[in-house]
Design a protein around this ligand. Structure first.
Ligand code: HEC
Ligand code: HEC
Ligand code: HEC
Length: 87
């Protein structure tokens, strides 16, 4: 299981375009949220999340719950607390 995970991570690192961080982990006291940026770049236009030229920005709880969860409710993706927040 551990080996499989490492193999998957390695594959993700080599396959993704060098545009931005591939996987970002947001720390939250109720469980960290792992966000696959590379996968989301293929799922949605940059402007769904970025204003102007895409760059690093601070992700707040309110923004995340409106934008991340909002799109998942509209299209598909995790909407339950523990689907995103993992301890
Ligand atoms: C689509 C994914 C997603 C879902 C679903 C979601 N959250 Fe979050 N949540 C986030 C992200 C991303 C953050 C921002 C983390 C940060 O502040 O770095 C966050 C932040 C938070 C924070 C602030 C944590 C801190 O340490 O400041 C709390 C509390 C929280 N969420 C509770 C909930 C609860 C309760 C639910 C269910 C009703 C929920 N979340 C559902 C993604 C999600
Ligand atoms: C589903 C939402 C979402 C989409 C779609 C998205 N991004 Fe992002 N992007 C983010 C978030 C959230 C961050 C901030 C991550 C962090 O806090 O480190 C980010 C960060 C970045 C960064 C800064 C990386 C760094 O570490 O300095 C760049 C550059 C970027 N995105 C480019 C893009 C481009 C180009 C596209 C479209 C092809 C895109 N993003 C699509 C959510 C998204
Ligand atoms: C514009 C739409 C959109 C936005 C915004 C968005 N997502 Fe998603 N997300 C998706 C879709 C589509 C899936 C794939 C669902 C599926 O496979 O059925 C997904 C899947 C996920 C998954 C499951 C693992 C994976 O990557 O397949 C997580 C966790 C996740 N998103 C977290 C986030 C977080 C955190 C944010 C905000 C920083 C976010 N998403 C913003 C569309 C979005």
């Amino acid at each position: 299981m551990k080996k499989l995970l490492i193999a998957l991570l390695a594959a993700a690192v080599f396959a993704a375009p060098a545009l931005a961080a591939d996987v970002v982990v947001f720390e939250a006291k109720n469980g960290n949220v792992t966000f696959d940026h590379a996968a989301h770049q293929k799922r949605a236009e940059c402007a769904k999340c970025h204003q102007g030229t895409p760059a690093k920005f601070e992700v707040t709880k309110d923004w995340a719950h409106a934008t991340c969860k909002g799109c998942h409710q509209e299209k598909s993706g995790p909407t339950k607390c523990n689907d995103c927040h993992k301890k």
